[in-house]
Design a protein around this ligand. Structure first.
Ligand code: ZN
Length: 181
């Protein structure tokens, strides 16, 4: 075998190995490429910040959240109706996103707001992560969350108190927009 043939064979084998090893395909457990993203900015006097991504998935929309700067424990996370995080207390984001005019509830409840995503659980360092597939969220149509916002709250969502789940103040707010692919 001459040098040229040998080199070509080496390249071919390298490419084959790369394809077989799935260098370009998403691995198990790896977050998918996001279709939409929300960068959470702390409201005045708070430290909560993070990123939430949304991607199309079988059975709904996959929501992956990474949030830091929380107090240890449970913090409600919702999608609110306006993608408007201008006010220093997050109130400009409005109420929960509720296009079907349902009562507030848990993410797995029969009756809930589309925006009811439940709670984050912050560890001793104040960090929380969430990875769920939500059946009601959508990235187009009546239930589209594009242009709305993610709000993280000071308190735990009790899933019962109407219409906010007794979730308290707003620690962080982030507009949901299209993600760069
Ligand atoms: Zn809320």
């Amino acid at each position: 075998m001459n040098r040229h043939t040998c080199l070509m064979l080496f390249l071919l084998l390298s490419i084959t190995a790369a394809v077989l090893l799935g260098c370009d395909s998403p691995g198990r457990g790896r977050p998918p490429k996001a279709d939409a993203v929300s960068v959470l900015i702390p409201t005045k006097g708070n430290t909560a910040a993070g990123v939430v991504t949304f991607s199309r998935a079988k059975g709904g929309v996959r929501v992956v959240a990474e949030v830091t700067g929380l107090s240890t424990g449970a913090h409600a996370i919702h999608i609110h109706e306006f993608g408007d995080c201008r006010s220093s207390d997050g109130s400009s984001a409005g109420e929960h996103f509720n296009p079907d005019n349902q009562p507030h509830g848990a993410p797995d409840a029969q009756e809930r707001h589309v925006g009811d995503l439940g709670n984050l659980q912050a560890d001793k360092n104040g960090a929380a992560s969430l990875d769920i597939i939500d059946p009601l969220l959508a990235l187009e149509g009546e239930h589209s969350i594009i242009g709305r916002s993610v709000v993280v709250h000071a308190q735990e969502d009790d899933f019962t108190t109407q219409p906010h789940g007794a979730a308290g103040g707003r620690l962080a707010c982030g507009t949901i927009g299209l993600a760069r692919q």
